[in-house]
Design a protein around this ligand. Structure first.
Ligand code: ADE
Length: 224
């Protein structure tokens, strides 16, 4: 999979890809992530990429021209399956969306900033708009990092034990069951007996029951 991220703040996106699972996924060449600074595509003085909104109102808007140039240059190199815009008024990201995006070959993620992008960018280029939740961030970069993390860990080979993504919370619309590790007893707090029993069908049944119980208690909406 190849991900091209278009942003005015590439430095904000450095650390998520420089550690742990995402770093290893890139090193193993299971994913390529390329940053594109919108400022590299403007001819204006002071590398201007934003301007006041027509009609008045607070906040700057990212201009269409440099974004058009960047997206057009990328599309000339390869076909893209989706051009995603990170925005609080997009569809809310969930595990199903992450699963479907993880199957794609090439995607572009455009990060908004300030008041967002000129609406004509959205009309002309964007195929999907994604929000990471009902709150407003200063820009789309942190949302893009979250989307990339949720997607990249699902690419086959990224996690050491592939079944561990399959048993994640939300993967089957259920929350994950509780997990325990050594010691089996700590300050009087014991690990459920069944997990120490070695009876795997019984353990599996216990985990299913716990997942259902947790979901009923904490997220009954998932069962609807
Ligand atoms: N940009 C600003 N707020 C955002 C959000 N909630 N999700 C995605 N991108 C955003």
């Amino acid at each position: 999979m190849r991900i091209d991220i278009i942003t005015v703040l590439p430095e904000l996106l450095e650390s998520p890809f420089s550690a742990s699972i995402l770093k290893r996924a890139i090193e193993k060449e299971l994913v390529e992530v390329h940053m594109h600074n919108i400022r590299d595509y403007t001819d204006k003085s002071y590398n201007q990429v934003d301007d006041y909104q027509f009609g008045g109102g607070a906040g700057m808007v990212l201009m269409i021209e440099p974004i058009d140039k960047c997206i057009t240059a990328l599309k000339a190199e390869r076909a893209y399956d989706e051009i995603i815009y990170m925005t609080p008024d997009g569809e809310t990201l969930n595990q199903r969306t992450a699963n479907s995006i993880s199957l794609l070959k090439n995607i572009i993620i455009l990060c908004g900033h300030y008041k967002g992008v000129d609406q004509r960018v959205r009309d002309a280029f964007i195929t999907r708009e994604i929000s990471i939740g009902d709150y407003v961030l200063s820009g789309g970069e942190l949302g893009a990092a979250i989307l990339c993390d949720a997607v990249i860990r699902l690419i086959p080979g990224v996690l050491n034990n592939e079944t561990s993504a399959l048993t994640d919370t939300f993967q089957d619309d259920l929350l994950a069951p509780p997990v325990y590790t050594r010691p089996s007893e700590y300050k009087g707090m014991k690990v459920p007996e069944v997990l120490l029993s070695g009876n795997f069908p019984k353990i599996e049944k216990w985990r299913e029951d716990q997942a259902l119980k947790r979901t009923e208690e904490l997220r009954p909406d998932l069962l609807e």
